[in-house]
Design a protein around this ligand. Sequence first.
Ligand code: GLN
Length: 451
Amino acid sequence: AHLDRIAEVDGQVNAFLHVSAEEALTTAHDVDARRAAGEELHPLAGVPIAVKDVVVTKGLPTTAGSKILEGWIPPYDATLVERIKAAGLPILGKTNMDEFAMGSSTEHSAFGDTHNPWDLDRIPGGSGGGSAAAVAAYEAPLAIGTDTGGSIRQPGAVTGTVGVKPTYGSVSRYGLIAMASSLDQAGPVTRTVLDSALLHELIGGHDPRDSTSIPEALPSFVDAARQGATGDLTGVRVGVVTELQGEGYQPGVLARFHESLELLEKAGAELVEVSCPHFPYALDAYYLIMPAEASSNLAKFDGMRFGLRVEPTEGPLTAERVMAATRGQGFGDEVKRRIILGTYALSAGYYDAYYGSAQKVRTLIQRDFAAAFAQADVLVSPTAPTTAFKLGEKLDDPLAMYLNDVATIPANLAGVPGISVPNGLAEPADGGAPLPVGFQILAPAKADDRL
Ligand code: GLN
């Protein structure tokens, strides 16, 4: 049914870069046979899933949205893909994304735009717009995203889906094509919180192949989600972050946010106003740390090892000239912009002023979180400042694009988990039909079950 749905709507949505119909059906039939034989299977066995194209999948094309990886077929599976396969979830295919996960609208993909199923003229968020759009358009019931600065939660918010960025280190990064290694986390994109809990529990847990993987066992997210479904929040202190609302947030987004705060209070929660004075500097710190790490991570795409190789048409054929030609043609503008920014921030004479200062700000943000979590059990904010904007609207203005992540980035800098849940609809600033809004909840590291 999901493959039929993809055939029916993906021509318009363009959530998928590759559909692996045959493999998905083989897995589905295999699971059916095992179930018929009485085998005890994972609760998600047979439930199809879409995987963001930044996650490597053995035998399936993996491009990370970039021309430089076009035609590359990975020889191995990411740890999370191994776990998905072992549990018997058919993989429907690979989803569209901003090139190397750099963006907030999926418009930086080298393979065309993904359209928001709520309004095809609008963006589905980014960088994981394909995963969110696939779930929102009922092409897939579950999807995998990755979140370096908001790429699971912001697409979740603007497509009306649930998106979880787990605690840093709780889901293995082995087999993710790295963007910024100290910030990247993979996580679920689903339609319900319980589905996210099931998927998070399946893909999470220690992996010796990721040196930052948390060694101890994680709490059961499924038990927590079931308990949470009772709706009783008596004694829960909900911290409303002063710095993550107000100026720059669309009036409809704030209206839905405040209505939800009232509902939380009615359910027994105690609302506390908390201040995180360094959050306004999070975006600035992120746009130094993230490009610095990416400029190093992307150095391996040199025309020698993976995918595209471009040889200069004239002049001597040297390794350096092949690298320059390959990277010149293979990377898009946004990726080049960030490589240049990152290389500059790390270069001798500028390192302390830029990269060093950004790391200090990162520490201050971590301290803000520690102080806030002494006053509240969870922190809440709108996930994104606006509803989905029109395709093309912010494409020529990188700063306007970056501002989409003001509320999501602090969690990545501190490694804490976050979830975006649907928070009703609001009228877009430029008119038209109401569009989805997200409600973000943040918890201390390793307290993903509390989300
Ligand atoms: N939109 C942010 C960026 O462009 C976050 C991306 C992400 O989380 N992968 O960097």
